[in-house]
Design a protein around this ligand. Structure first.
Ligand SMILES: Cc1cc2nc3c(=O)[nH]c(=O)nc-3n(C[C@H](O)[C@H](O)[C@H](O)COP(=O)(O)OP(=O)(O)OC[C@H]3O[C@@H](n4cnc5c(N)ncnc54)[C@H](O)[C@@H]3O)c2cc1C
Length: 397
């Protein structure tokens, strides 16, 4: 798939996909329906991804969507990665975020900041066999990400990193970690540096795995860096520029979370649409009652609005235009829409919506994370407010 073939054209509807994009969507949907759906319930119950699915994600090219073909990737657009996350999340948001973190955070950070040798080594591995993770958050630094306490001290040809990362998605499956540590605390956030750390490096360990409300099959773990020895050649970007790596990567990553949320919302909506046509009360399908029809119509509008925001942010990013405000809006709105749609789907199922034999309670549990990771909803509002106030036009007299 060539990058030009997926390039959006101004003036066309956002939801009109190119032929390549349509083909890609169909392939991911077939995989999600055929391979993923039968495993969703068990993976959620046991809180673990099926390793067979991980291999299939690599075989299908889902782990290196934007990675150029010379490094073994698909060489497609960011929008294509968004389609993958949406389609997977329509069936299971855990696999959605597994693929999302690999593409929109780890590969993205390397594509943007890695030097030639790092790209050749790590992008190739990440496209073909190794799972990646992005380790910024700590127990004491979440929204205030630059307050991180992990320290890196330079020695001869390597750095020694000490600290603990918390909440790291893909922590159990990953072998390549983008880790943020402060190499010069006196300089404040200008000491933050990004490193590529391999699971096998001395002093690296994966800690406790969280037992979560939602996206249970996605592993969320602590990462322990106890005198972790990282070669100097594994600094990603420049020393002291890690804050830029983290902000800019997360700006893009947020669109991926938006895609996870619209996928999940669509899964819940389609389930509600189908259930309300089958369920009979008072001698007819419940979707024949206008009150139910109006609720479905409201949900359809929410889903469409969220989808347009996510697609627009992704298309803007692909065309190299400013997209930070639009990405924040997309994440904020789509996480709210997903929660609302999944919650209403439970009500439309009645008692059956409240039990695990039906899919909608899981959609709602999974939706809650959208307002938390990659910047809470308050942080998105802060970004939007800052940008609209900074960019306000002078009033015409
Ligand atoms: C399942 C899961 C997966 C995750 N995956 C990753 C990962 O892969 N990599 C990674 O680095 N991190 C990851 N995270 C961490 C996630 O990004 C943080 O949880 C998130 O940034 C919020 O930080 P916090 O939990 O410390 O909450 P806090 O920052 O303590 O926020 C608590 C509340 O206070 C509000 N608040 C805080 N500051 C302000 C302010 N200035 N103004 C207004 N309101 C404010 C917040 O909006 C929130 O409502 C993950 C978290 C979870 C739960």
């Amino acid at each position: 798939m060539s990058r030009t073939a997926t390039e959006p054209q101004a003036g066309y509807a956002l939801t009109l996909l190119s032929e390549d994009e349509e083909m890609f969507r169909a392939t991911v949907r077939e995989f999600a329906e055929g391979e993923l759906r039968p495993r969703v319930e068990e993976m959620d119950e046991h809180g673990k991804l099926d390793p067979a699915l991980i291999k299939q994600c690599f075989d299908l090219g889902l782990m290196g969507i934007e990675t150029p073909e010379e490094y073994g990737g698909v060489g497609a657009s960011f929008f294509t990665a968004i389609i993958a996350v949406e389609e997977l999340s329509r069936v299971d948001a855990s696999v959605g975020v597994f693929v999302d973190v690999q593409n929109t955070l780890v590969n993205n950070a390397l594509l943007r900041w890695a030097n030639q040798e790092q790209k050749k080594k790590y992008l190739q591995q990440l496209a073909s066999q190794r799972v990646g993770a992005y380790a910024l958050s700590e127990a004491g630094s979440g929204s205030d990400a630059f307050a991180l306490a992990t320290r890196a001290v330079g020695r001869d040809d390597h750095y020694v990193i000490n600290g603990r990362k918390l909440w790291i998605t893909n922590g159990n499956e990953a072998e390549v970690f983008v880790v943020f540590a402060n190499a010069n605390p006196e300089a404040g956030y200008r000491g933050i540096t990004a490193f590529v750390v391999e699971k096998g490096f001395e002093g690296f360990a994966v800690g406790k795995k969280e037992n979560k409300l939602g996206i249970r099959a996605s592993s969320t773990t602590e990462i322990i860096l106890d005198g972790c020895r990282v070669p100097k050649e594994n600094v990603l970007g420049e020393v002291g520029k890690g804050y830029k790596v983290s902000i800019e990567t997360l700006n893009e990553g947020r669109i991926g979370i938006g895609a996870q949320m619209i996928g999940l919302a669509r899964g819940a909506f389609e389930a509600a649409l189908s259930y309300t046509s089958e369920r009979k009360q008072f001698g007819k399908s419940i979707n024949e009652f206008q009150a139910v029809q109006f609720q479905l119509a409201e949900l359809a509008v929410e889903l469409e609005a969220a989808r347009l925001l996510v697609y627009n942010a992704a298309r803007l990013k692909d065309t190299g235009r400013p997209f930070v405000k639009e990405a924040a809006m997309a994440k904020l709105y789509s996480s709210r829409a997903a929660e609302k749609i999944a919650s209403k789907a439970i009500e439309l199922y009645g008692g059956y919506g409240f039990v695990k034999d039906y899919p909608v309670e899981k959609f709602w549990r999974d939706s809650k994370i959208g307002a938390i990771y990659e910047g809470t909803s308050n942080m998105q509002l802060q970004t939007i407010a800052k940008l609209i106030i900074e960019n306000r036009q002078p009033k015409v007299q």
